[in-house]
Design a protein around this ligand. Structure first.
Ligand SMILES: Cc1cc2nc3c(=O)[nH]c(=O)nc-3n(C[C@H](O)[C@H](O)[C@H](O)COP(=O)(O)OP(=O)(O)OC[C@H]3O[C@@H](n4cnc5c(N)ncnc54)[C@H](O)[C@@H]3O)c2cc1C
Length: 445
């Protein structure tokens, strides 16, 4: 069969989630962008909305603008896998005290997130499903075991290790060599979640504008002047919540934020019996590879949603989706004939420090401009939380300092506009993942 034959007749090159909760186009404020506000928020994803909600509830006049439809970015495209810190700094060596502080805050962010959904009555198909992290080789299993101890001690993760021979308790596949189960984690429908948070923002009095692109920012005697595609907007403070979509908004931020595309596909309906064979406990699944796969059942448990890296510079939902389908069938050979119903991609953001960051970006040269950036692929909870914390910081009401605030946002060397180095790093990581599996166990005795 040709690759194209694996696309269902009604294949859509857009997020599966948009079938139920598409990003919102219309303005909530009648389309007229004010020329002044207390705080202007750039970006209408989870981070921007949560910053705006906390401010509006304190009586601050907040305007949120987005260059595209509200929720166009990663917040309506992600895998919907939520947890309290399993991915914080997982590929870097952090100072031990700093790591503990971050994990403790990440754990707190998860309780805050669950509480927010419940208190606001957001219907986002949230379930505490738990997560299985598959070890791609025995060495990765050992590393996971060390991390598990830390996660349980500091982040209250309710995690335990699963030996290789019990892998099939968690997944209908022999691809992994055991792994770690985290009970304290779950799943949402990311599109419904975004829509719910947007409605909370609207009710709190936030003024929301889609299709308004932000441009240059400058200090003036009477505040900050933000150029937009609908004319200038004066604000006392500005929050940049553009994550992987930051682009050329500001050269300073662009040099510090590397956008990396994450691809996802949805299969056509497999039936709930097959889905239960693939996911015996209906958990979220990710793995330990440098180029990880992450996958889950759809909330209705009829399809498989599968994500990973596919293309680095020239994006194409269909071609990237077909590439991912080959990875999917490597994990689940029983799905060799499966067709795709949806394929899409979105940007996540990496910072040089390897962890997310919030704070005042350039206090000396452009005071009053703040950021919440750098999800490192895991931001449903974390970017919501960092948005909330940034709102508190901007309002002057934060009564403690976030472990994620300040000091870690440095420029990447030799990077100006285009992340030309990504295909090279991607090829290197792929090779390392492949050799890990090929050589697994060969030198252990
Ligand atoms: C495919 C994929 C799968 C993922 N899976 C998971 C997962 O399972 N679990 C998890 O925790 N995380 C996951 N993530 C990460 C998570 O989705 C993000 O971390 C989170 O949504 C980021 O939210 P945000 O508000 O910071 O940014 P975004 O939601 O990306 O919003 C940024 C917004 O800024 C706007 N913008 C950019 N420039 C301008 C400008 N100049 N003017 C105005 N607006 C502008 C963009 O249009 C965009 O809407 C995934 C991400 C992707 C892409």
């Amino acid at each position: 069969m040709r690759d194209q034959d694996f696309l269902a007749a009604d294949f859509k090159p857009q997020p599966y989630w948009w079938d139920h909760a598409p990003p919102t186009l219309p303005d909530s404020a009648g389309g007229v962008l004010p020329n002044r506000c207390d705080v202007a928020v750039i970006g209408s994803g989870y981070a921007g909305l949560h910053a705006a909600i906390v401010l509006a509830r304190m009586g601050v006049d907040v305007v949120v603008i987005d260059a595209e439809a509200l929720g166009h970015g990663a917040s309506s495209r992600n895998g919907g896998m939520v947890s309290g810190g399993v991915n914080v700094g997982k590929h870097i060596d952090l100072d031990p005290l700093q790591e503990r502080a971050m994990l403790a805050e990440a754990s707190l962010s998860y309780s805050w997130f669950e509480d927010f959904i419940q208190t606001e009555g957001i219907d986002a198909d949230y379930q505490r499903t738990g997560r299985f992290v598959g070890a791609h080789c025995s060495k990765a299993w050992q590393t996971l075991a060390k991390r598990m101890a830390k996660l349980n001690e500091v982040a209250d993760s309710s995690a335990y290790m699963l030996p290789a021979e019990q892998t099939r308790e968690e997944i209908g596949s022999d691809y992994y060599k055991g792994g770690m189960v985290l009970e304290r984690s779950g799943a949402v429908h990311p599109g419904k979640l975004h829509r719910g948070v947007l409605n909370v923002a609207r009710s709190a009095g936030v003024k929301l504008f889609g299709n308004v692109r932000a441009g240059a920012m400058a200090k003036r005697a009477d505040g900050l002047r933000l150029e937009t595609s609908r004319g200038p907007l004066m604000a006392d403070k500005i929050i940049i919540a553009t994550n992987g979509y930051t682009g050329d908004l500001s050269a300073w931020h662009q040099r510090r934020v590397v956008p990396i595309a994450s691809y996802q596909v949805a299969t056509e309906e497999l039936g709930s019996e097959m889905v239960t064979q693939l996911f015996p406990k209906h958990r979220m699944i990710a793995d330990t590879k440098r180029l990880l796969y992450y996958f889950r059942p759809s909330p209705d448990r009829k399809r498989l949603l599968f994500g990973g890296r596919a293309r680095y510079l020239h994006h194409d939902s269909t071609a990237g989706g077909l590439h991912l389908r080959r990875k999917l069938t490597a994990v689940f050979p029983q799905l060799a004939e499966v067709k795709l119903s949806h394929g899409w991609w979105g940007y996540v953001a990496y910072l040089r420090g390897g962890v997310p960051d919030l704070g005042e970006s350039q206090p000396e040269t452009l005071p009053g401009v703040y950021h919440a950036l750098g999800c490192h692929g895991s931001g449903v909870v974390m970017m919501s939380w960092l948005g909330y914390r940034t709102g508190l910081l901007v309002s002057g009401q934060a009564n403690s300092q976030s472990a994620f605030s300040g000091g870690r946002i440095a420029p990447f060397p030799l990077y100006q506009e285009k992340p030309w180095f990504l295909p090279i790093i991607g090829a290197y990581y792929q090779l390392r993942d492949w050799t890990d599996r090929r050589l697994d166990g060969k030198f252990s005795k």
